[in-house]
Design a protein around this ligand. Structure first.
Ligand SMILES: *[C@@H]1O[C@H](CO)[C@@H](O)[C@H](O)[C@H]1NC(C)=O
Ligand SMILES: *[C@@H]1O[C@H](CO)[C@@H](O)[C@H](O)[C@H]1NC(C)=O
Ligand SMILES: *[C@@H]1O[C@H](CO)[C@@H](O)[C@H](O)[C@H]1NC(C)=O
Ligand SMILES: *[C@@H]1O[C@H](CO)[C@@H](O)[C@H](O)[C@H]1NC(C)=O
Ligand SMILES: *[C@@H]1O[C@H](CO)[C@@H](O)[C@H](O)[C@H]1NC(C)=O
Ligand SMILES: *[C@@H]1O[C@H](CO)[C@@H](O)[C@H](O)[C@H]1NC(C)=O
Ligand SMILES: *[C@@H]1O[C@H](CO)[C@@H](O)[C@H](O)[C@H]1NC(C)=O
Length: 322
């Protein structure tokens, strides 16, 4: 027999009372609203916040989860473009009140000095855009602790030094990573190519060197789009090609890759776009292609040191230009 008194329902009533006190009469949680007002005072924008009523879920640049009414999306890109503040300091510990945050866009907030370590506690964060955010110095190591990340953009910054393999290895949920147009140098860490879900990787326009760290023993990798253009990478492609089973779009132009083109490159089942221009590839085009047409639609080979005839039109009937 259970207790005569309905303690269970009573505590439920108390819980619901407390819950509604924490939430404003409309929709938004008090602590989340306060955090947003802190962010507004750091950024000097957006002006409309607070004037549009208490429900922060209906404010510009904010989205809430429809079932929990917690802030889930914040996009400051336009805010930072338009603020009249010439400098600001945004201490990311203010974001720690936004515990359900999934999507944070601080791109092109370059006039703000960002202290970013406070993002580490955001266990639901899936999308983080820090492109053009004026980041300098070494790779921000704390990013390796935000293991929930699925998309990360760090492009258009001036991040110097190497890519730390250990930080990258932790980000096992990553689907997309853009670190183009920065100042990374040193070798590519192998861990980057063993992330199980990584489909899009853009490291173009950096100063990376050495080889692509994939050997003939590496199993097939998940990458579908790989852009390593405009770096100082070298070595031949023959070792890595076999692993590119899922690749659709391969851009390696503007490096120092050498050797001859492996025929297996043209047997990759999904490869549609291939740019190998401005490298040191030599030798004949691998004409011994099977009569099966290759799926390639775009092929760019200019500025190499190749010679000899091109294969039959039949093999390349999907090609849109050459
Ligand atoms: C809203 O929050 C609930 C509970 O955390 C979660 O299961 C759901 O996926 C969220 N919805 C969206 C659209 O993110
Ligand atoms: C949340 O609700 C709004 C308004 O009812 C709707 O426009 C939006 O699509 C919903 N979002 C999700 C993820 O269900
Ligand atoms: C950010 O704010 C937290 C808590 O208010 C504080 O402990 C920390 O020192 C601040 N960081 C910087 C770089 O000012
Ligand atoms: C990047 O930072 C380095 C010093 O850390 C500086 O020498 C260089 O000029 C910067 N590059 C750009 C494009 O700002
Ligand atoms: C990465 O960012 C650059 C801008 O810096 C953009 O042009 C490029 O399309 C992005 N890469 C991918 C794969 O989306
Ligand atoms: C490739 O580049 C690395 C450093 O970037 C260099 O040490 C190595 O000698 C180069 N290898 C070849 C074959 O050019
Ligand atoms: C081009 O390749 C030939 C051999 O095929 C070689 O003799 C020549 O030095 C190469 N030129 C350059 C610029 O690498």
């Amino acid at each position: 027999m259970g207790s005569f008194f309905p303690w269970g329902s009573l505590s439920l009533v108390i819980f619901l009372l407390l819950h509604s006190m924490l939430r404003l009469s409309s929709c938004c949680f008090v602590a989340e609203r306060a955090a947003l007002m802190d962010i507004q005072s750091s950024l000097g924008a957006p002006d409309s916040w607070g004037k549009d009523g208490d429900d922060c879920c209906s404010w510009e640049h904010v989205k809430c989860n429809n079932s929990t009414h917690r802030v889930s999306h914040l996009s400051f890109s336009d805010v930072c473009w338009t603020t009249s503040k010439v400098s600001c300091f945004l201490n990311s510990t203010v974001f720690s009140a936004l515990r359900e945050l999934e999507h944070l866009d601080l791109s092109y907030c370059y006039q703000c000095l960002l202290s970013l370590e406070g993002l580490v506690g955001l266990s639901k964060l899936r999308y983080l855009d820090l492109s053009g955010a004026g980041l300098r110095g070494g790779f921000p190591q704390f990013i390796g602790e935000i293991v929930s990340l699925e998309a990360l953009a760090l492009n258009d910054n001036n991040i110097t030094g190497g890519l730390p393999g250990a930080a990258v290895r932790n980000l096992r949920n990553l689907r997309q990573l853009n670190m183009s147009y920065s100042s990374f140098e040193g070798n590519l860490p192998g861990s980057l190519f063993s992330l199980p879900h990584l489909k899009i990787l853009d490291l173009s326009a950096n100063s990376l060197g050495g080889r692509i760290p994939i050997s003939s023993e590496s199993g097939p990798i998940s990458l579908e789009v790989l852009d390593l253009s405009s770096n100082h990478l070298n070595g031949s492609l023959s070792e890595s090609v076999a692993a590119f089973k899922n690749i659709r779009n391969l851009k390696l132009g503007g490096n120092q890759f050498s050797g001859s083109l492996p025929v297996s490159l043209f047997a990759l089942p999904h490869l549609k776009f291939l740019d190998l221009s401005c490298n040191n590839f030599v030798g004949h085009f691998p004409v011994s292609l099977s009569s099966e047409p290759v799926p390639l639609e775009v092929l760019n080979l200019h500025d190499n040191n190749m010679s000899g005839a091109l294969p039959s039109e039949q093999a390349f009937k999907n090609l849109q230009n050459l």
